[in-house]
Write a new protein. Sequence first.
Length: 776
Amino acid sequence: MQQKGKDNASSLLDKLNEAQRAAVEFCDGPSLVIAGAGSGKTRVLTYKIAYLLEKGLPPFYILALTFTNKAAREMKIRIAELVGEKKARSLWMGTFHAIFSRILRNEAEAIGFQSNFTIFDTSDSNNLIRLIVKEMNLDDKLYRPGHVHGQISRAKNSLITPAMYAANDEILQYDRMAKRPRLFEIYERYQNRLRSANSMDFDDLLMYTNILFRDHKDILEKYRNQFQYILVDEYQDTNFAQHLIVKQLADIHHRVCVVGDDAQSIYSFRGANIDNILKFKSNFQETQIFKLEQNYRSTQNIVNAANSLIKKNSEQIFKDVFSENEPGEKIEIRSSFSDFEEGLIVANKIARMRLEEHASYGAFAILYRTNAQSRIFEESLRKNNIPYRIYGGLSFYQRKEIKDVISYFRLIVNPSDEEAFRRIINYPTRGIGDVTVGKISAAAASHQVSLWQVLSSPTAYNLEINAGTLKKLDAFQTLIADFIDKNNQLNVFELAQEVVKNSGIAKEAYEDMTPEGMSRTQNIQELLNAMSEFVATRQEQGEENIQLVDFLSEVSLLTDQDTDKEGEAEKVTLMTVHSAKGLEFDHVFVVGMEEDLFPSQMAKSEIRGLEEERRLFYVAITRAKKTCSISYAKSRFKNGITNPAVPSRFLKDIDPKYLSSDSILGAESSFMTQADDFWGSMRTERIQKQERTISIPKKVTPLQQVASSIPLSKEAENLEEGDVIEHERFGRGVVTSIEMSGNDRRAFVDFESAGKKQLLLKFAKFTIIGHNENNR
DNA sequence: TAACACTTGTTTTTT
DNA sequence: ACAAGTGTTA
């Protein structure tokens, strides 16, 4: 047995290159695998897990965290092929959110939740925030739900609880200057409301896991002991909360392997912190670093072009990605008169290449920066009779009718769920309006109970409503109570049918004969099918007691990427660059390479944002195996009007020797000169733009106003080692060293609260508040 | 309370 | 252009 295990383990290693093998074989301490694009990152992870299993580690002891459910599923399949399905199935493998929601359900009581808690998606969160802002009589223009939620999300990702938030002078100061002084209060109320709804938002799943581990060492101990080996994929896209979970779980045995590519970190807007991977070595002592540098995916030209682009970024771990594939064709940059023409050009080229290169439609992908760009390509592809499949946009489970049905399930599983309650109390319409809901809500708030409790005994809470309304409320209460009852008797699918039938949803759906209504009916039917399938798969896997809460849990953490359908292979793929991460295609079209679109307008103000956009472009190019075409339009229709567009600054970041001759010619005749012209005038234009926005207070935060009024260059010039500075975002810090990088000066600063950061002096916004005299 | 017209922000990416 | 939220009217 031992011998056999060894044979299997070493035969696994035979299928890897030297660097991959070294990374797989090292199991005795923390390791960081820096995996260049297309270097077999997934291969290393799957083989490493298989290797561990063959070495005799039980699957139950292995924790593997992935970025998407799809990645987890695919990896499980591959591992099953290597070591058998039985072992693969018992692995703890999934997204952070999926795995830790599972753990939180097991341990819910320890943190004051019930194990049947429901999960709020972003729109649920925004609805609740909108409600709270209204209840507090605040200006909803100032406290826009999206903004507020973003701020709360950032706090949670940094493990700042409402109490900590309210006690942090720096944050409060920031909020005051941003004219949102009561954010801390909204955060607190929001969190209380979630708790009394026995619900969590996405960020809570990570924050409460940390709170659980912080306050219950025995529980932490239990999982520490269980997870003998921890693997994390896409480590560059983890945030602080995730990092700390991994760190704590690995703190005893130190057997942790994280895989990632700092050059592909593209989720900082969601709280991902590139420092997690840049500083992994200092966070985990005696880390072994492995670099996977051979790209097996793309042609040499594509790899070289991508390298020349990413070299323009300042923050990165050095690596030398190379390809031994054929040299391949050069990258073509095409310009077009309009976005409309861009669509036609791409569609025509796909049609032509398919015939000339005998490529199937499935070999093509069109990648864009924003989902809104998909429409124009849909049109052009449809005109050319080219089949396509769009990823992204709003997912199946975000559709109104689906969310409505799901809300019934949520309320059945967790009657405290406030959002679900509000959503369906008058859907389908049963004559219970805003006024009545308001009264229930007020009663619930003043008695510190859930809406459901008020509904269940309206007289006990002195609801002042007329007899007719009371009757309607009672009918609704009975309906749901009846479902709750049935939930204990019927299986998930049977209950779902019952809900659709008895709630009146079915009746309403059938009566609506409009095309949209028919499509809604179809979607609801599809949801029922999905549930039936869910029950069937779980049963096949030997699970007996399949609960509605399990279905909900799975569904609320599902991504659009995860709902993959069969028979989509022969279609052109349309998706955002973000969702293309981890995928590959023979022929890639990166479209809409224009200023303010790619890089996005939002990202431009900060150097870090700009570097992230460049990484995003890097991700886009490195998806291509054989050919990569880049395009931009000179005019683009956006928000209802057509605007002139200017080629992206990133185009000149690619070394021209990797571009096809006609794109270089084209560049010289039109875009380079035109663009250079533009880039020359950019600075003045940017400044004008800034000034313009300053005069409109709601567009710019006061902090930025203050910062832009400071003469930056003088500050930057005079900066010396040992100086104390006050930075716009990071607060107070000491300059530990200054060095040249390229033509720019860069300061390394140790901030009091934000930790160590690098600042490009050209761009950093700060003031010197203390000079170091010893230096003179 | 429900249906309708009007206004408003929205568009960077998503677990 | 469009969806979503708000206000107005029956």
